[in-house]
Design a protein around this ligand. Structure first.
Ligand SMILES: Cc1cc2nc3c(=O)[nH]c(=O)nc-3n(C[C@H](O)[C@H](O)[C@H](O)COP(=O)(O)OP(=O)(O)OC[C@H]3O[C@@H](n4cnc5c(N)ncnc54)[C@H](O)[C@@H]3O)c2cc1C
Length: 419
């Protein structure tokens, strides 16, 4: 549906070009919640708002893409055991929850007047706003990689989609005895174990297709950020001599044409170069002025995910500032706490004073072997943050059984988010 048609159908008002003021709800009994971003966090929040918020709530999801492509399992596209199509879904499963979907880009947010701007200028009003835009890259740190042409040559593939496919194609075109170099940014970044899973998947492919190749891992962190012992052992046992891991190696410069990367200590030239840039809250969070921690991440009240600096604005998912992993599982957990709190707020009743949730991250080290790390988090009323609680743990070793669990984890979360 075209944007103008969509906005007209919302009831009162019309596009800003024709009338001053934003399109407002036609007085639904409980008001209107607009959700920006239909990824793991936003789509989940929209669905659970309907389930817990009742029929009278008007829920509008504004997502710029028309398909949902999952980052979880996208490293397996590089290893060759998945295709990007296996990870691509549409949003129609949300229609049964009477969520009004607008596939447009949000370009501005006015928190004072409770309006968002969609596309080239149409405004949409809200009673409460959920911002779930994932991450954006900090191109000011590596400006030479900002253009589409540069990313064609040196992809990040840290938002699953065409860049994932491009990176795989580059690996297929790589000579045997070639060098694949990957640069990992300083934490916090999206998916703590993700870069190391990627190294494992690249090694899995190269071991079989180009066994004389090497992988150079330039990690800005002092050590492997997640599941360190498990990854170290898996690389030594499954891919002996292939993975050259270099800690404290922050990328400071990239020569795109020659695929060379410079750290403080050395310059590495690669046949395939994968730079994962530093990250920050997604654009809409910064537009709304709610990325108040180092102008990078968003500080929230962990009982409702309401911003600490803008009332009626809630932020969930990777954009949140927290000592919590930036994961899809975490994004859906936060979304449910937020949806439950907003449903209560809209009805004027108290919300859960002590939420508890869990997070599990699986990592594949081959096409079938996987391992996990799991944690339980509980709200601490004194510290006013989520803290680790009893429960969870880490695998002893990768196994096929965990590989099966990981595949089912993905099926479950896709079904929870999108149907
Ligand atoms: C390679 C890789 C592997 C991963 N593996 C796992 C895993 O195994 N398990 C796990 O739990 N997590 C994993 N993750 C992490 C996970 O993908 C993220 O933590 C999760 O996607 C965060 O959800 P989100 O909703 O915050 O962001 P996203 O899922 O990125 O959703 C944000 C949405 O907002 C939309 N958006 C942004 N700006 C605008 C705008 N201006 N207007 C309209 N829409 C907008 C985007 O199009 C996007 O759809 C992995 C990540 C990567 C990169």
């Amino acid at each position: 549906m075209q944007r103008r048609e969509f906005l007209k159908l919302l009831g009162a008002g019309t596009a800003i070009g024709a009338f001053p003021g934003a399109v407002r709800a036609a007085s639904p009994a409980q008001g209107r919640v607009v959700v920006i971003g239909g990824g793991y966090a936003g789509a989940t929040a929209a669905k659970y708002l309907r389930l817990w918020g009742g029929d009278d709530l008007e829920i509008i999801l504004v997502e710029k893409n028309t398909t949902f492509i999952s980052c979880p399992l996208s490293n397996l596209v590089l290893g060759g055991s998945k295709k990007i199509g296996d990870l691509t879904f549409n949003f129609s499963g949300l229609d049964r929850y009477r969520i009004k979907r607008l596939h447009e880009e949000v370009t501005a947010i006015d928190v004072e007047h409770r309006e968002i701007v969609v596309g080239d200028g149409d405004k949409l009003g809200y009673d409460r706003l959920i911002i779930a835009p994932g991450i954006d890259f900090m191109w000011d740190k590596l400006p030479m990689l900002e253009s589409a042409a540069a990313q064609e040559k040196v992809p990040h593939a840290w938002k699953a989609g065409p860049q994932t496919v491009n990176l795989r194609k580059q690996m297929e075109a790589m000579p045997n005895s070639g060098v694949f170099a990957i640069s990992i940014p300083k934490a916090p970044y999206r998916c703590p174990p993700g870069p190391y899973e990627r190294v494992s998947q690249v090694a899995f492919y190269l071991k079989h297709a180009k066994p004389n190749s090497r992988i150079i891992v330039l990690d800005a962190n002092p050590e492997i950020v997640s599941k360190k012992d498990l990854f170290t052992k898996a690389w030594a046992e499954l891919y002996p001599g292939m993975v050259d891991y270099r800690p404290n190696s922050q990328t400071v410069d990239v020569d795109v044409d020659s695929r060379s990367v410079k750290t403080e200590f050395e310059t590495v030239k690669a046949d395939v170069l994968n730079i994962i840039p530093q990250q920050q809250a997604g654009g809409p969070a910064r537009m709304a002025g709610v990325a108040n921690v180092d102008k990078r991440w968003c500080e929230v009240d962990f009982l409702s995910y309401e911003s600490k600096v803008a009332p009626n604005v809630h932020i969930i998912g990777d954009s949140v500032s927290a000592a919590l992993p930036k994961s899809a599982h975490m994004a859906t957990s936060q979304a449910k706490v937020c949806a439950s709190a907003i449903a209560s707020l809209m009805r004027g009743v108290a919300f859960d004073p002590q939420p508890v949730f869990a997070n599990t991250c699986y990592s594949f080290v081959s096409d079938r072997l996987a391992m996990h790390v799991a944690n339980v988090y509980r709200y601490d009323p004194a510290k006013k943050i989520m803290v680790s609680a009893d429960g969870g743990g880490v695998s002893d070793k990768p196994s096929e059984q965990e590989g099966n669990y990981a595949q089912y984890w993905a099926k479950n979360i896709w079904s929870d988010v999108l149907s």
